[in-house]
Write a protein that binds this ligand. Structure first.
Ligand code: GLY
Ligand code: MN
Ligand code: MN
Length: 428
């Protein structure tokens, strides 16, 4: 991997906290990501399953982790099973972990090859009642393709029906929502790399440049700073394109006089940053662009103050909407009278701001954690208000990543330029 080695106490501690949540006579089984076929004999680039990484730091395909805190044989309380290499595999695909490397990365003493899976499982199952399986439970995510956890888990249930099968996802969610100091450090690195890339773009962008060339500037900076790449599909959207929330074509020319919206985040050691910035292609905001920009920035600055223990995403969204209504009236997008008469089911602000303000961030860009959760120290969330006015060729989103603490919220992107005067000065 490109990132620098991570002290394995992070993964040891994660496993300990997970094991503490398991009732007696339980085991939990975690599988790596699938190698997803692309076409012909090609796979999509491999990206480790986030929970398996969280619990082991292991990046390799076909890896299995078993956590069995109550196993009578202490050697089987944590077992990592991974691919056995051979000369042909090494020749064609490169190096696979040796047992010593797998132990050094994960801190797991008991490392075995996947061929031993069935034998180890049968040893463990003799005293087991509950088997925890790790299915993807992300709300509103529907895939026609099952992942390896689901595929192997379903086969296990069919083969060993006389057990109580349980969900690992709620336990992992509970743990992953609160970031440890080491995780916060890794997220900060992802944010810093993203900030460096943004500064590079501020210096290079000019009218006539294609959105894809701007994307390449981000990628160049990501790569030379040891990022795996993007944490999600990058958005480089000039002019009207910025009003398409998930615009990812990134192939239009950035025109003189237009704004360009970036929603990009580097992924470092599998931790993602999530940043949005909007800048004038030619380095100077028009009066109208600046008014809209400052409205979004005012809302963001006000809302960040709510990232404190006791609040929730639901409350953050609600307050953002109230502030947005006020800003939109001042921008002349609708009048107070029109707002008072609006259909409560289709409020007017939704025409110009139609998405939520916050989501959890971590190993996944839309990290685990329900939006009803009460904020606690150690949570990291985005703050991303926006205003989209296609009839004026204006789409603005400003997105920073915020750490909830015991005291004031900490803006992990505080160093990334956002003030419009600073943006103009840096572009000048
Ligand atoms: N980049 C995805 C999001 O902002 O939610
Ligand atoms: Mn976001
Ligand atoms: Mn984003």
């Amino acid at each position: 991997m490109r990132y620098l080695p991570i002290d394995n106490t992070l993964f040891k501690e994660n496993r300990r906290r997970f094991a503490d949540l398991l009732p007696a006579e339980s085991i939990a089984i975690f599988h790596s990501s699938e190698q997803f076929p692309r076409n012909g004999d090609q796979y999509f680039p491999f990206r480790q399953q986030s929970d398996l990484f969280y619990l082991s730091g292991i990046e390799q395909e076909k890896t299995i982790l078993i956590i069995a805190p109550g196993a009578p044989n202490p050697q089987l309380r944590e077992v990592l099973l991974f691919l056995k290499s051979n000369e042909v595999l090494a020749q064609w695909e490169g190096h696979k972990y040796t047992p010593e490397e797998a132990t050094a990365i994960s801190g797991i003493e008991q490392v075995r090859f996947v061929d031993d899976y069935e034998a180890i499982l049968r040893d463990l199952l003799f005293w087991t009642k509950n088997i925890y399986l790790n299915f993807n439970e992300y709300p509103k995510f529907f895939s026609e393709v099952v992942d390896r956890n689901e595929r192997m888990g379903t086969a296990l249930k069919a083969k060993y029906p006389l057990y109580n099968y349980c969900r690992a996802a709620p336990l992992l969610t509970q743990l992953r929502m609160i970031k440890s100091d080491k995780e916060i450090e890794l997220i900060k690195l992802a944010c810093n790399i993203t900030g460096k890339a943004f500064r590079r773009v501020l210096k290079t962008i000019k009218p006539g440049m294609n959105e894809m060339d701007v994307q390449a500037e981000f990628e160049h900076e990501f790569t030379i700073n040891r990022a795996n790449g993007h944490g999600y599909q990058p958005i480089v959207a000039s002019g009207k394109n910025a009003c398409v929330l998930h615009y990812i074509d990134n192939n239009a020319v950035c025109q003189e006089g237009d704004l360009v919206l970036f929603d990009v985040g580097a992924e470092y050691a599998n931790y993602s940053a999530d940043m949005s910035r909007t800048i004038p292609v030619n380095g100077r905001f028009t009066e109208r662009q600046r008014s809209c920009y400052e409205a979004v920035l005012r809302v963001q600055r006000e809302i960040i103050k709510l990232y404190t223990p006791g609040n929730s995403i639901t409350q953050i969204n609600k307050r953002t909407e109230e502030l947005m209504e006020h800003e939109m009236i001042n921008l002349g997008l609708f009048t107070r009278t029109e707002m008072m008469a609006q259909d409560a089911k289709a409020p007017l602000f939704k025409k110009y701001f139609m998405h939520g303000t916050a989501h959890f961030l971590g190993l996944d860009v839309h990290d685990v954690g329900p939006k009803e959760s009460i904020l606690q120290p150690g949570m990291v969330l985005t703050c991303e208000p926006g205003i989209y006015i296609p009839e004026e060729n204006i789409g603005i989103r400003l997105e920073n990543d915020i750490l909830v603490t015991d005291g004031e919220p900490v803006d992990l992107m505080a160093e990334i330029p956002i003030d419009p005067d600073e943006i103009e000065q840096l572009m000048g």
